[in-house]
Design a protein around this ligand. Structure first.
Ligand SMILES: O=C(O)[C@H](O)[C@@H](O)[C@H](O)[C@H](O)COP(=O)(O)O
Length: 250
């Protein structure tokens, strides 16, 4: 947790799990615990979800564990750190993947599930970014309780990629991306300003192809322009949930 005396975030905590399945179970269990604690404090926690492969495992574990939890899912507010600018029904949508995995086992309040506008709703990726920013301004009360982020082999998080101009946008909470090196090309991403408004930031990273990015992001003096994951830090804590393969170069 934070060093309350100095008011500075604690150094990143690193958890190494045996494999992706074990990692996903640990993340899902910890997330449920954090939500239960927040609700016990009378809060309505805001959770930032991410896309990607390990995130899918986490979503499935959440669905498995949710019915046995104490969580009132109708009092959880859901956002996404990034989204692909495609049709709402596209299998490429991060929100669609998550909600399909949750099924009816996480009875969320649809009015508290804040999806990024799709090509069905917004005429351009810029309009989608602007509308998501307006939604955040209107409904994001305070910081995310937990923001989860996958990490690409190049060290990208959300849709903030190495060397991109969006890395230096500090006067907005969302940006439009039109040239994502990871398909599809058009996306909406939270900016670092928005990503860092998180009490806890959790990086979810599995697989040997991520080992270099993990080591580079955690290196002293890491430059967010080279490895964007280095640009995100929790207000209270930052946890790297790794497996043995992604931790191999630490
Ligand atoms: O929309 C996206 O693609 C994700 O938000 C992206 O940031 C993802 O989390 C990483 O690319 C890791 O993805 P994998 O876990 O599939 O490698």
């Amino acid at each position: 947790m934070t060093d309350a005396t100095a008011g500075h975030p604690a150094p990143p905590r690193i958890e190494v799990h045996v494999d992706a399945a074990d990692l996903a179970t640990a993340v899902a269990g910890e997330l449920i615990s954090r939500i239960e604690d927040a609700q016990a404090r009378g809060e309505e926690p805001q959770i930032g979800l991410t896309g990607g492969t390990i995130a899918e495992h986490v979503h499935r574990e959440l669905a498995r564990m949710a019915p046995d939890s104490e969580v009132d899912w109708s009092r959880v507010v859901v956002w996404w750190g990034d989204e692909r600018y495609v049709a709402a029904a596209s299998p490429e949508r991060n929100a669609g993947q998550a909600l399909a995995a949750f099924g009816d086992r996480l009875p969320l309040d649809p009015s508290k599930v804040h999806q990024v506008p799709s090509t069905d709703d917004a005429a351009s990726v810029t309009e989608a970014a602007d509308r998501y920013a307006a939604d955040l301004r209107a409904h994001a009360a305070g910081s995310f309780e937990v923001l989860m982020l996958g990490v690409g082999p190049d060290g990208h998080v959300a849709s903030l990629f190495p060397g991109s101009a969006q890395l230096d946008v500090d006067d907005r909470v969302t940006v439009a991306v039109t040239d994502s090196p990871k398909p599809p090309p058009e996306r909406v991403s939270l900016t670092f300003a928005a990503l860092n408004r998180s009490r806890s930031v959790w990086f979810l990273v599995s697989g040997e192809q991520k080992a270099s990015a993990v080591a580079r992001a955690l290196a002293v003096g890491a430059d967010l322009h080279d490895v964007p994951a280095a640009g995100v830090t929790g207000e209270l804590e930052t946890i790297w949930f790794l497996d043995r393969e992604s931790a191999a170069q630490l």
